[in-house]
Design a protein around this ligand. Sequence first.
Ligand SMILES: [Mg+2]
Length: 210
Amino acid sequence: MPLCFDLDGTLGHFSSGFVLLREALGELWGTAPTAEELGRCAGSTDWEIVDELHRMRFGTGLDETGYAAYEAACVDRFRAAFVPGGREAVAYAGILDALHRLAEGHRVWLVSGNAPGLLAFKAGVLGIDPAIPRLGSLPRHDRTDLLRHALRGCPGPHLYVGDRPHDLAAAQAAGLPFLGVGEAVPGDHPSLPTDTEPERVIQSVAALLR
Ligand SMILES: [Mg+2]
């Protein structure tokens, strides 16, 4: 029974993440993509976004080598920024607690648009149990593909917990019930504030699985 959780905005957040993404690409490509170029990207995963930016810059799609270089440069920037005395990640303690309690009785996955190395770093900073599988953004996969990958071979029911319209759209495309976190994902699905107590998160998940 995989319960899939997005990371950024769902379990906590890392400020200025898109600035670091642009800076990492600037280091690799000579000049950083602009915020306007980033805003034109339609994808929600790192592979999709960097691929779109690569097409804008070079007229060709990203390849695996270029993606690996982006991932390494981006992880380096996050490691340098999120240090004691530097930037601080914000953890949603109640939702993280619920995630760990749910993992005691269910299969729980992190399914995130971050490149795998970046997801591993962020999950570590948030103190997420290493036994919980992390599935980050893979080449030529969109978020729906990632969800389907996580669900493969696992009996239902399944669930996706996310904070943005692209999370809801991916859940719907993969045929999963959806639980929203925060206020950035409008719709008639159940939704919880970021400071929800763990008991209420677990109740909300249980109600969706019934
Ligand atoms: Mg998110």
